[in-house]
Design a protein around this ligand. Structure first.
Ligand SMILES: Nc1ncnc2c1ncn2[C@@H]1O[C@H](COP(=O)(O)OP(=O)(O)OP(=O)(O)O)[C@@H](O)[C@H]1O
Ligand SMILES: [Mg+2]
Length: 330
């Protein structure tokens, strides 16, 4: 349903060209959940914004293709993209308050999403409801959506403002807005980072339910590998704007191939391992404005060798749909 090929997006800054998304290849099947993991600043949000066509100055897409249901999104006009966004592809941002408008009632914001996408007309029996009747039928549909995402007493909470909702309830309202348009692809950028652990689990369970019942495909951005392991069928590991490893969750966690993925796994505590020694990855993430085409992980890599500084690396298949971009494998 989604195939991204050599997608590149840069930010023109005073420091130079920041390569936020660097020749990224990603694919996603119908109903599949892909986890996009990596350190802060590696380009995860930039990748999602590019898919949605939301890149604006100083950002610029400089290459690649985003094939969504057979068509390249990069060739679409802004108007055509606006239609696809929200109707076929929905996004959940990290911070609920950047999506909800503080001065409008939560219920009305969900209703607006239904109206924009013209779904109410289609659903109202006989085609057209006018005036008060129409509003009632719209509100019924909003109550239904609020119930579906687990907001209790929707008839009361429809009329509340975002500040009267807890963080978890705000995120549920945003998911309702995303559902209002029946998108087939949901892009979730750290949807639970701002929430405490028990609420995080509830929101993830809600997303899993939506995935099961509606077969919505999802890309879940997270810096939490454990969360990706539990929730996603496939994982893509991102480093300095590049996808360095990609494969089924089991493969990537059990047989990590890229030295960066191996380092990531050694640096997170695992439940059940009593005396595990945690090893942080030495060094820091490189400056994305100062990349020279060689492996960006080279300075931090214990397995670095001269070949890492030579040819351009490409994603190599190491078997079973498991791909890795590293000189050790090419
Ligand atoms: N508007 C901007 N102008 C210039 N550079 C930007 C801009 N937005 C992001 N960047 C840079 O692009 C790179 C990728 O940023 P991005 O927000 O995609 O990272 P991320 O992986 O989502 O990180 P986080 O986990 O912290 O959300 C970073 O180096 C960031 O500094
Ligand atoms: Mg981000």
């Amino acid at each position: 349903m989604l195939a991204i090929e050599r997608l590149t997006m840069i930010y023109e800054t005073k420091r130079g060209r920041v390569k936020a998304v660097n020749k990224v290849d990603l694919s996603l099947g119908k109903g599949e959940i892909l986890g996009l993991v990596g350190e802060s600043g590696c380009g995860k949000s930039a990748t999602l914004l590019t898919i949605l066509g939301l890149v604006s100055y100083p950002g610029k897409v400089t290459g690649g293709r985003i094939i969504f249901r057979g068509e390249d999104l990069l060739q679409k006009t802004p108007a055509a993209l606006r239609k696809i966004r929200g109707k076929e592809i929905a996004m959940i941002f990290q911070d609920p308050m950047t999506t909800l408008n503080p001065v409008f009632k939560v219920g009305d914001q969900i209703r607006e999403s239904l109206q924009i996408h013209g779904l109410l007309n289609e659903q109202a029996e006989g085609g057209r409801f006018k005036g008060r009747k129409r509003k009632e039928s719209e509100m019924d549909r909003v109550y239904q959506l609020m119930r579906e995402v687990g907001i209790p007493s929707p008839e009361k909470r429809y009329f509340e403002y975002p500040f009267q909702f807890s963080g978890g309830m705000q995120q549920r309202a945003i998911i309702a807005i995303a559902l209002a348009c029946s998108a087939q692809l949901l892009l979730a950028d750290e949807p639970t980072t701002a929430l405490d652990v028990t609420i995080q689990a509830q929101i993830l369970e809600l997303l899993a339910k939506i995935n099961r019942e509606r077969e919505t495909a999802m890309i879940l951005v997270t810096h939490n590998l454990a969360m990706a392991a539990e929730f996603c069928q496939r994982i893509a590991v991102m480093y300095a704007g590049e996808i360095v490893e990609q494969g089924s969750t089991d493969e990537v966690l059990e047989k990590p191939q890229h030295p960066y993925t191996q380092g990531l796994l050694r640096s997170i505590p695992r439940i059940g391992k009593v005396k595990q020694k945690l090893e942080p990855i030495p060094g820091t993430v490189p400056d994305l404005a100062a990349l020279d085409g060689t492996c960006p992980f080279y300075p931090r890599c214990a397995q670095a060798r001269p070949a890492c500084l030579e040819d351009e690396r490409s994603l190599e298949d190491v078997g079973g749909g498991h791909w890795v971009k590293c000189a050790l494998y090419s």
